[in-house]
Design a protein around this ligand. Structure first.
Ligand SMILES: Nc1ncnc2c1ncn2[C@@H]1O[C@H](COP(=O)(O)OP(=O)(O)OP(=O)(O)O)[C@@H](O)[C@H]1O
Ligand code: SF4
Ligand SMILES: [Mg+2]
Length: 327
């Protein structure tokens, strides 16, 4: 069920059994396990799940910007080409031009010794061949578009002079500047107030629809999922445990973890639920994930098999699901 059969569009990005494993003194520690997901062009796909489930590592693997101890495996097919097979020299021109990312931590993603203007202008010069003056004018325009007040004077400031929300807007401007085919947006609006969040999300959706940009949107905000995405994937402890059309997942979640997340969502589409509801317990850290279903210690419906065997992925009622129930 990977290709979007309904719309007849081939995926722009296909994650095919993607794994990300950390090497440690205690042996390999899997953080993302055999995750398969298709992103069609001109559509927004959301990824949700509690902290530590592997959402950021999944997005970072696509750009091959993983921590040094992390090893990816599987295939990451972008326009049919496996990014994990490409030499670094062929990855570099893709980053920021064809695939861009809004990082979860704007402070660590920005260079502290360069002004935000020069950093944001660089992809325009590098990838689109703009002159210094053209790149500056375009950057100021983009800064205005993402709601940076006094954009001209902000251009010459350093990251530490900007608030978290302002840095996040710089990152968003940079990510959209070259008109990427694929945008990986990792909690892109967390530091922004509701009005600005709405404005930025509108901009992302507009670009997606107008230019056919595919978007992987990572968020904890269920109302954003409801408003923005066509499909949603639910991650738990490195696994994609459920995936399907947004309205369907909100109204008929099948996986007990998804059901827990949706439990306090009022209405069918969960509009108004800004953060993930709390489920008793927490995500097991790497190295403490048993061989069975990783959700078993928190699952009210767990039975003997759940503690022994990892559920295989299967299709049920139009969802992809990793749960033994109903078996
Ligand atoms: N550099 C690292 N070294 C060791 N473990 C790491 C590293 N980066 C991430 N991990 C571990 O990998 C797992 C997945 O991390 P990831 O950052 O992808 O989670 P996430 O779903 O994005 O969480 P959040 O919602 O908090 O951003 C976590 O258990 C995390 O502790
Ligand atoms: S496989 Fe078992 S423990 Fe895991 S979510 Fe399903 S019922 Fe719960
Ligand atoms: Mg993250």
């Amino acid at each position: 069920m990977q290709t979007d059969v309904a719309s007849g569009t081939a995926p722009l990005l296909r994650l095919d059994r993607l794994s990300v494993t950390f090497q440690s003194d205690d042996g390999p520690l899997p953080a993302v396990e055999e995750l398969s997901l298709d992103l069609p062009p001109a559509a927004i796909t959301c990824l949700v799940g509690e902290s530590g489930c592997g959402k950021s590592l999944t997005a970072r693997a696509v750009l091959r910007l993983l921590p040094p101890q992390a090893r990816p495996a599987g295939r990451i097919l972008f326009k049919g080409q496996d990014l994990l097979e490409l030499p670094e020299s062929r990855m570099r021109p893709l980053r920021g031009r064809h695939i861009s990312m809004i990082f979860q931590e704007p402070m660590t993603a920005l260079n502290p010794v360069l002004t935000v203007g020069l950093q944001a202008a660089e992809p325009l010069r590098l990838h689109l061949g703009m002159s210094r003056a053209e790149a500056r004018a375009e950057t100021v325009r983009l800064f205005r578009e993402v709601g940076i007040p006094a954009a001209e004077s902000r251009y010459g400031e350093y990251p530490h002079q900007l608030s978290g929300g302002m840095r996040q807007r710089v990152m968003i401007a940079m990510a959209l500047s070259c008109g990427p085919d694929l945008l990986l947006a990792d909690e892109p609006t967390t530091a922004l107030d509701a009005t600005l969040q709405g404005q930025i999300l509108h901009l992302i959706r507009e670009q997606s629809e107008a230019r056919g940009m595919a978007v992987l949107l990572i968020t904890h905000d269920l109302s954003v999922v409801a408003q923005m995405a066509a499909h949603v994937g639910i991650m738990y402890a490195g696994h994609l445990v459920e995936y399907g059309p947004v309205a369907d997942i909100f109204s008929h979640p099948l996986h007990p973890y998804t059901q827990g997340l949706m439990a306090s969502a009022p209405g069918r589409a969960g509009v108004g639920v800004r953060r993930l509801p709390a489920i008793p317990g927490s995500v097991p850290p790497l190295g403490q994930r048993g061989r069975g279903c990783p959700f078993a210690p928190r699952c009210a419906r767990a039975y003997a098999r759940c503690h022994e065997e990892l559920p295989a992925e299967r299709s049920l009622d139009g969802h992809r699901l990793r749960c033994w129930l109903p078996d």
